[in-house]
Design a protein around this ligand. Structure first.
Ligand SMILES: Nc1nc2c(c(=O)[nH]1)N[C@H]1C(S)=C(S)[C@@H](COP(=O)(O)O)O[C@H]1N2
Ligand SMILES: [Mo]
Length: 403
């Protein structure tokens, strides 16, 4: 599935790409041999843990947080066992037979929907890139608190489910409705600062304007397979165009409210300072910021002098679309256009490449990439401290050794 449909059309297998271009990476050879990740069995029966995801970088074992080693990227759709995992609490063990979604609050008719009922409703498939709002945090100096994601807390997959709008329509919204609070079945207590007030669930709200967009899905398939437990089995929200925290996994309850929600996960965490009327105002992180990442060369990779090299990466944005990726090999003095390898699909990243011929003389060189979207957004050179440790899309740099 994902493996065969996702080749960027270069006629190159992942093994060829990796062994040809990244010989130094020990992880490379394990990928070619990897079995199909997705079991046709009931996914809740699969073992949970890092062993299920060979090659991913463990950022935290409990709760499970795994990162894609970005230099191994060569697929447009990231397979289910290579997709990064971000969880704040232990993964709840749910079954499709007992799962239910409750929709209540400011609605004409509160609803309870079973898995079988959900799967019978008209479905839709959307390709969407999810990036954790803390991705790239490891690049911030001085060193910050939080999981130190490098480049790979991001992935692109095909999600299938029922538009949230259709479910809200069934319940019927009251006139005063403004937001929906989406709650996962996972809960716990955050014991480090900022501490939670005892045990809380993972919950995030969406304003109705976003909740009713046709791309927002109550999803049960990821790349055509039932969601793995780690990615929200049996049902998760997928909010294309917004950072990953909005895509609530193990979705169990939707509360329609007449007032904006100010829960833990959009005030104390996943919030940034927005200047309004001269006042820094704590605001929930929402739309994904435009970003290009270089997959290869990897940091400190040895690149042969004087020979053409294929610089390769991915670029994504939020509710707009990536229109341009540029590469600089002279510390940002000049920028040259990279080639976008696939068509623009709303909410999905675009793979890109750039032919670079390093100088014949040995030395160290720095490569940079930057993306621009149709809305005219591009990447900053410095991280704005008002963003705290989120939305890190400053232009990155990959130093390589030419010899
Ligand atoms: N219920 C629940 N949903 C959640 C989370 C969580 O901890 N619990 N983490 C969020 C965050 S911060 C991100 S980045 C994405 C990650 O989705 P993934 O693990 O499928 O990659 O899930 C989001 N949804
Ligand atoms: Mo995240």
């Amino acid at each position: 599935m994902a493996e065969t449909t996702s080749e960027p059309g270069k006629g190159m297998s992942r093994r060829a790409v990796l062994t040809g271009l990244v010989p130094a990476l020990a992880v490379a050879s394990t990928y070619g041999a990897q079995a199909d990740p997705v079991s046709p069995l009931h996914p809740a029966a699969l073992p949970v843990g890092p062993g299920t995801f060979p090659g991913l970088i463990t950022r935290e074992k409990e709760p499970l947080n795994l990162e894609l080693p970005f230099p191994t990227l060569d697929e447009r759709l990231v397979s289910n066992n290579r997709f990064y995992i971000r969880s704040h609490f232990p993964i709840p063990q749910l079954t499709a037979a007992t799962w239910q979604l409750r929709i209540e609050g400011e609605v004409r008719k509160a609803l309870t929907i079973s898995y079988d009922e959900l799967r019978k409703l008209p479905a839709k498939t959307v390709t969407a890139t999810l990036e954790c709002a803390g991705n790239g945090r490891a690049r911030l100096a001085p060193k910050v608190k939080g999981l130190l994601w490098e480049q790979g807390a991001v992935g692109n997959a095909e999600w299938t489910g029922v538009p949230l709008a259709a479910l809200l329509e069934r319940a019927g919204l009251n006139a005063g409705a403004v937001e929906v609070i989406c709650e996962g079945a996972d809960k716990g207590e955050v014991t480090e600062e900022p501490k939670s007030p005892g045990t809380i669930a993972f919950a995030r709200s969406l304003p109705l304007a976003k909740a009713r967009q046709p791309e927002v899905l109550v999803a049960y398939l990821m790349n055509g397979q039932p969601l793995p437990p780690e990615h929200g089995f049996p049902v998760r929200l997928v909010v294309p165009g917004w950072y990953g925290m909005a895509s609530v996994k193990w979705l169990s309850k939707i509360t329609v409210t007449a007032k904006p929600f100010a829960g833990y996960w959009q005030t104390l965490e996943y919030a940034y300072w927005q200047r309004q009327h001269g006042q820094p105002t704590l605001t929930a992180v929402t739309e994904t910021q435009v970003k290009a990442e270089i997959a290869r060369p990897a940091l400190h990779e040895v690149v042969p002098a004087g020979q053409p090299y294929r610089v390769f990466g991915a670029a994504w944005t939020g509710e707009s679309e990536v229109t341009r990726v540029e590469v600089s090999t002279d510390n940002g003095r000049t920028w040259q256009a990279a080639t976008l390898l696939d068509a623009s699909v709303p909410f999905a990243w675009r793979l890109w490449e750039f032919r670079w011929t390093p100088p014949a003389a040995p030395g160290r060189h720095t490569l940079q990439a930057r993306a621009t979207d149709r809305a005219g957004h591009t990447q900053p050179t410095e991280h704005d401290p008002d963003r705290r440790t989120y939305m890190v899309n400053k232009i990155g740099a990959v130093e390589v050794i030419v010899q």
